[in-house]
Write a protein that binds this ligand. Structure first.
Ligand SMILES: C[S@@+](CC[C@H](N)C(=O)[O-])C[C@H]1O[C@@H](n2cnc3c(N)ncnc32)[C@H](O)[C@@H]1O
Length: 267
């Protein structure tokens, strides 16, 4: 079992530097396409109206979120811990002639190199909050968010992590459900801070965020060969998407989601 505290930044950085050249290959799978559709839908709902608005993609990696936003004409600040992930993003932006729309910085989201209230929208998706020192990161993300600005941020789900841990080590599972342990593996084997929906809500409410919604990300109910497939029928894709749409915002099940996604507004 790893320690009950954030992993060292240099270890996380090394991990993602090593992953960087193959990271986008995962983007072609059924699972990833489902996630991209959901992400696009969610972000679209909260996009600022004015195109000169500033959007921060925090822990944005190879630019999966930054790229479509830059294509839409937004000014984006992309930051990440990993030089390798940012190099991949830079190259993709360069190829599309979008480099001047994006300011790229190597930074820890728990210590952001931006002035207060810079961003109209902050997106922090696919694990950065759980991988970072989450309390500091929540403080920093909300510091750089404008009053009235929106934040969309995800984190590993506590209860799902506990259930997953049960087959390996029931003692650990018990500690997780009793809140005696706050760190666990996500389903990809990443070690990070886990949250119940209430904990995630409280973390951001403490930092002047009014929570607009909490959603759950569900994928493990689908057979692994479908999750990892690179070809599928449109019918299957839309059925799975609809099932997940129903589960995503259903209060009686979101605590069991693999990841939680919080949408909030700074007040
Ligand atoms: C699974 S990737 C997700 C990347 C991107 N957000 C996406 O949706 O594709 C997790 C990213 O979080 C970054 N990360 C982890 N801890 C971080 C921290 N403390 N500060 C900034 N970035 C961090 C990693 O370098 C990696 O690029």
């Amino acid at each position: 079992m790893l320690e009950d505290k954030p992993r060292k930044l240099k270890d996380v950085k090394r991990q993602y530097d090593e992953l960087s050249t193959t990271y986008d290959e995962f983007g072609e799978t059924f699972e990833s396409k489902q996630e991209q559709y959901f992400r696009r839908e969610l972000i679209r709902k909260h996009l600022p109206k004015q195109k000169d608005a500033r959007i921060l993609d925090a822990g944005g990696g190879t630019g999966r979120t930054t790229l479509p936003l830059a294509r839409m004409g937004y000014q984006v600040a992309l930051c990440d811990l990993s030089t390798g992930m940012l190099d991949v993003a830079r190259e993709k932006l360069r190829r599309e002639g979008l480099l001047e729309k994006v300011e790229i910085r190597e930074a820890d989201i728990a210590s952001l190199p931006y002035e207060d209230e810079l961003s109209d929208l902050i997106i922090c998706l696919a694990a950065p909050l759980s991988l970072a020192d989450s309390s500091k990161a929540a403080r920093e993300l909300t510091r750089v968010l404008k009053n009235g600005g929106k934040i969309i941020v995800d984190a590993f789900g506590r209860y799902r992590a506990a259930m997953r841990e049960f087959s390996r080590n029931p003692e650990v599972a018990l500690k997780l459900v009793r809140f005696e342990l706050n760190y666990a593996y996500d389903r990809h084997g990443d070690w990070g801070r886990v949250f119940s929906p209430e904990e995630l809500k409280e973390l951001f409410e403490r930092n002047s965020i009014k929570v607009i919604g909490i959603h759950g990300r569900f994928m493990e109910f689908i057979p692994k060969e479908i999750q990892e497939a690179k070809e599928w029928s449109e019918e299957l894709f839309s059925k799975v998407f609809e099932i997940k749409r129903c589960l995503r915002s259903e209060p009686s099940v979101i605590g069991m989601a693999e990841d939680l996604i919080l949408v909030g507004e700074k007040i």
